[in-house]
Design a protein around this ligand. Structure first.
Ligand code: ADP
Length: 454
């Protein structure tokens, strides 16, 4: 650590735009950075910009970005004093967090225990129910067998949703509308969960008809202080994956906003939570239902930054040193509106991945426009990783100003050589439902069906 108590050198155990995002925060704090990369990412932007870089393995993530001995060795040989896991890969791996700490590095994240509790969704729900958070009605824990599942479904009423205890990314989730469907869905969900997570425990929730996805951004320090940064509405989803996010949510009024923000922060405080984290809720008919907590930075943290002016990665790094939060809830201003579009290298209609060389790149700019991307002219998007290549984030004083600015920025954005989802975003934001803020988590898939039909 340096004299002012900050880290001197942080190893960023990730790639792409999020590695760059973390590098930028470190740079502005005067902290040196170490990039780690696979052989497929030797030319990546975060590698070029970092103070040092270490190749940690071949393209397959299993052998590089998920390779614990390689990452720890890279930290040791470069003399890093902390490791930032970014998003995905090792970010919610409690065992990795534990090893990082045991090897004498600081872990820029919550305690391994909190990662473990929230990583098992059954334990997570139990824990937060005890602390007073409302959850979707469902089984008390994992269901034992089909008969148990059927009994729970009869009690709460169909339709129901089967979810994997170790779930993530929408995998292992199956809807059943009646007992016959439940029989098949139960087997399918268990098989999928076993294949994806090596754990076939599943639990049951009431399947809500038309909820919105509302999440609360939290930040806690090592001294028992927790604040929230308001909510994000992430209801524009395809296959349970977020596509567009906005803050604040057009669906909440001021009283609801304050109620859910304060409730989430007080639960996190009683948990002793430290670092950044997000509690996710479904919201229907004025009620909130907790579904999970992500114990890491989220892709869409950006829109909360835009409306509060707080650099969440900087604060995340600061609290990881043990420093107290330098501000309280009342010091966090909420200004205007922000929307983020996740831009993927994929066909805008078929969603087929489109890796390859970016032959021309021009990012939009101007007041209130932010692009978080690791792309550049001539960059070759490798086929081995997630297809998200850029986040376009805009801010406006009002939602309408924000929408007009987003439309303008999407028009300016040039990415040639690969297919991108920019045209898809242009269509979504032109829809009257979106303009009116009138959408829920089913909206996008229903909209796509309507378009295919017409
Ligand atoms: P994962 O961790 O796999 O992403 P989540 O529990 O976060 O799973 O849920 C992902 C998405 O699935 C939610 O944003 C929502 O769209 C949908 N979903 C989850 N639970 C329910 C439910 N009980 N009823 C309806 N939709 C749900």
């Amino acid at each position: 650590m340096s004299q002012d108590g900050l880290f001197e050198k942080v190893l960023i155990a990730n790639r792409g735009e999020i590695a760059l995002r973390i590098h930028r925060a470190c740079r502005e704090m005067g902290i040196k950075t170490v990039a780690v990369h696979s052989t497929a990412d030797a030319d990546a932007m975060h590698v070029r910009l970092a103070d040092e870089s270490v190749c940690i393995g071949p393209p397959a993530a299993k052998e590089s970005y998920l390779n614990i001995p390689s990452i720890l060795s890279a930290a040791a040989i470069t003399g890093a004093d902390a490791i930032h896991p970014g998003i995905g890969f090792m970010a919610e791996n409690a065992q990795f967090a534990q090893m990082v700490i045991e090897h004498g590095f600081a872990w820029i994240g919550p305690t391994p225990e909190h990662i473990r509790i929230m990583g098992d969704k059954v334990t997570a729900k139990k824990t937060v129910i005890e602390l007073g958070l409302p959850c979707v009605p469902g089984s008390d824990g994992p269901v034992k067998d089909f008969e148990d599942a059927a009994a729970v479904a009869d009690r709460i009423g169909y339709p129901i949703l089967i979810k994997a205890a170790a779930g993530g990314g929408g995998k292992g989730m199956k809807v059943a509308w009646n007992r016959d469907q439940l029989r098949e869905a139960y087997q399918l969900a268990r098989g999928e969960a076993r294949a994806a997570f090596g754990n076939d425990q599943v639990y049951i929730e009431k399947y809500l008809a038309n909820p919105r996805h509302i999440e609360i951004q939290l930040l806690g320090d090592h001294h028992g202080n927790v604040v929230h940064f308001g909510e994000r509405d992430c209801s524009i989803q395809r296959r349970h994956q977020k596509v567009v996010e906005e803050a604040p949510s057009p669906a909440l009024n001021a009283a609801e906003r304050q109620q859910i923000g304060d409730l989430a922060a007080s639960v996190a405080q009683r948990l002793g939570y430290r670092g950044v984290g997000t509690m996710e809720f479904l919201y229907e008919d004025g009620n909130f239902y907790f579904i999970e907590m992500n114990t890491r930075l989220q892709i869409e943290h950006t829109i909360s930054e835009m409306i509060t002016g707080v650099d969440l990665v900087r604060e995340q790094i600061k609290v990881a040193t043990g420093a107290p939060l330098g501000f309280g809830q009342k010091d966090i201003p909420f200004n205007g509106h922000s929307i983020e579009c996740r831009i993927n290298a994929e066909h805008p209609e078929t969603f087929a991945p489109s890796p390859g060389k970016v032959t021309r790149y021009h990012a939009p700019g101007g007041l209130g426009v932010r692009v978080d991307s690791a792309l550049y002219d001539g960059y070759r998007i490798p086929p081995h990783y997630d297809s998200m290549i850029a986040k376009l984030i805009v801010h406006g004083n009002t939602r309408n100003e924000c929408l007009m600015r987003l439309r303008r920025a999407l028009e300016e954005f040039v990415i040639e050589g690969v297919d991108t989802s920019i045209p898809l975003h242009q269509k979504i934001i032109a829809e009257p439902d979106f303009i009116n803020g009138d959408y829920d988590i089913k909206w996008m898939e229903e909209w796509m069906k309507r378009r295919q039909g017409s």
